[in-house]
Design a protein. Structure first.
Lengths: 234, 234, 234, 234
DNA sequence: GATGAATGAGCCTTCATTCAT
DNA sequence: CATGAATGAAGGCTCATTCAT
């Protein structure tokens, strides 16, 4: 009987593991855009545009940015830019997508199901703050413009951002299963605590460069949040 | 000796009480000042403009809003609007200020120093989520546009928003003095937890109207955060 | 009994007369746009724009015309032009409408039902060629750009141009009733002959300034067409 | 003397016959010449381009058509199109030319001088309406865009279109010689009647698909016009 | 011969703001 | 106080055309 229970638990674990892998694979896949350009020159130009746009958007804000500036920054003509992106909006969506895809891929590779949910959560928060630090311009765009924006409504991008929260939801469920998150706690509330706290220090850093060491602060906060939840669960 | 200690504590308490009152008074005064002038202008028209601007800003976003639309919404001509506000920017700042001032004033009146810091913190978070619910359009503006915006930089408004965090900082210090917040904890981190979590449920509500009952959710989250901190403090 | 018949004919005539008046009144009314501008300056500017647009359109053709040129020709700024017409297309439609309305009004006043259908038809063709001569730039636009254009499809303007043919249809019916148009002749064919012939000399004149005296040529052609039809009717 | 007269008439007739043949030959040759070159290029691709251009021009109108669309419609790249036609204008002229040449050639072969001028005129009008019906897209282009257009001025194409009228002029002169067209009638007027009427039913058909059977309507109208002229000539 | 890539030259349109009445 | 009218200053986007491979 004990064996049965263990087997059952084992099955559950395998099932969850499969779901976890599937979740991340799907997220990575959805956020990864197929680049259809073939020639090398073309691919190089596309990268130049992306980099330039990121710089300009982060500097001036999306709505104040002029595509002429982006093109100039990329060292190409305005019309060439339109060969790659059919509108300013189009470009403004591509930028965050690009990095989101990279982040998700990185995390997927770093967080196998062999780690506990607790470990995976801490890793998730740590990696996301660290990724923000490493790509500050992109983070500025995502956390201060895109994420809060009403205007992302019902776009592909919106779903990709929601994926970020979806991962945490999944981990909270696992955390409850593992017993270190109080089962009677509302998931939305817990999520708000985790995501809100994590984003808040990123935003504070983006605006004031405080704390100095974002990576360390992110890791510490992640650990602290998890401990608080553990305490709460008793 | 006990008397001395008590007296000292009493003094500290009085001192802190005085500082608390002064802090709130200053915050209220600063945020109110701007709004109080212009008594020569028609009060009614001014209110119409403010309401119209709020609606339009919340609907279209600040940068996409046109003052012609605001004027139309207010039922006046564009040129008349300029008699009241000398620029679009001017108007865009006035809106959040107006409500911030109201919120601060409300809170000041509701949170005398006779309440413990713990009570005042819970009240602060509860009232802010409730105020957001009551003024959803304004909240949309503040939480999704103004607050995260890079462009508020170094303006009067920026300071008024910082005041929001300042209050929490103050309360955290008091909480440490009262002993229910772990003294060795970094204030920034604790603030991130409190502000981030609180804002997060407001933002979630603004975007998805989840949770249904924001007031209740806000109150519960506030209580939960405080309990977590208490546990942590041992 | 004879009296009865006469009365009946009289009634028919009155009925047709009423229909004729109603037709023309409706045509004039439909083509006359209400100008809502009140101030004098505004009305003057509108007239300047209309004149300028006519000149530029006739000179460069509608699709090649730049509204900047039209504004310059009108002595106003480009943006002012947009205060009056919300797009280039809008303006391109207003021009022909304006003159069509004038022509229809002129003809209505000159062609009471006391004239025979024959007289009214000759007058119609004569006046339309003469109007074209008098407003050559407008005629260039109407006969060489608007009328044949595929793009007028299903617009208000299209209907107003169809009105031109509608009048002729009506007169052909009357002509048959009066007996000078063969009753067994297909109306479309007869219309093609009348409208086609009439337009053709206008077009030829517009392109080559031949014949020299369009008014005279128009009158002669009109008379000739009617005589041909009379002969045919025997 | 009779013989002399007859001989003279015979001579005249021969002379006119020679002129007629020369006229048509020249017209066919002039319109064909341009089309005959470029044998080095792929005949197939050229035809694809021509067909595609015709479709796109007829659909969108010349000025609104984009050569990128034409290339796409032809299934080739834009740059390849430029290997065949050095500009959009070039292409826009080639299209009508191509079919005009075909029509003129067809008519020449169908209208020998053994037919009377009356027969040749009826045939001319009948064939031209029928050709329009058979090549509706081309007709749309020619009758609604090219022919009335101011912009054809002084080009090769202009002359080819004028050829259309030239044939009618010639036939009117013959008709006067044959006695069935009143000698005292102004040729321009008569031409306007013939060309205008004929074109008008084509245009009406192009715009409204009325009459249903254009070929029949064209033939009937041609016959009717000729009869009217005969009556007039007494 | 075919084409992917790049671009210059324009043009339309928007909108915050001013000013005369 | 109110507003009708006017505008300067931009900025997004299009498209015919060229060129290197």
């Amino acid at each position: 009987m004990t064996a049965n229970i263990e087997t059952s638990a084992q099955n559950d674990k395998n099932l969850l593991g499969k779901q976890w892998t599937e979740l991340l694979d799907r997220i990575v896949e959805n956020s990864t855009r197929e680049t259809e350009r073939k020639q090398d020159r073309s691919r190089r130009t596309e990268r130049q545009i992306l980099n330039a746009a990121l710089r300009v958007f982060a500097r001036d804000g999306i709505s104040r940015s002029r595509i002429a500036d982006i093109a100039a920054e990329a060292g190409i003509s305005t019309s060439t830019l339109y060969e790659y992106y059919k509108s300013k909006e189009d470009l403004a969506y591509e930028i965050p997508m690009h990095h989101l895809a990279e982040f998700y891929a990185k995390y997927r590779d770093a967080a196998p199901y062999t780690l506990s949910a607790r470990e995976r959560l801490v890793l998730y928060l740590t990696m996301s703050t660290d990724y923000a630090r490493e790509h500050a311009e992109w983070a500025r765009l995502l956390y201060l413009e895109i994420w809060p924006s009403v205007f992302v409504s019902e776009t592909e991008l919106r779903h990709r951002i929601n994926d970020f929260v979806r991962v945490i939801h999944f981990l909270i469920d696992e955390g409850k299963a593992e017993g270190w998150i109080a089962a009677d706690r509302n998931n939305y509330e817990t999520t708000a605590l985790i995501v809100g706290g994590s984003n808040q220090i990123i935003i504070t850093w983006l605006l004031y460069r405080t704390p100095k060491n974002l990576t360390k602060a992110g890791a510490e906060l992640a650990e602290r949040i998890v401990r608080l939840l553990e305490m709460e669960a008793g």
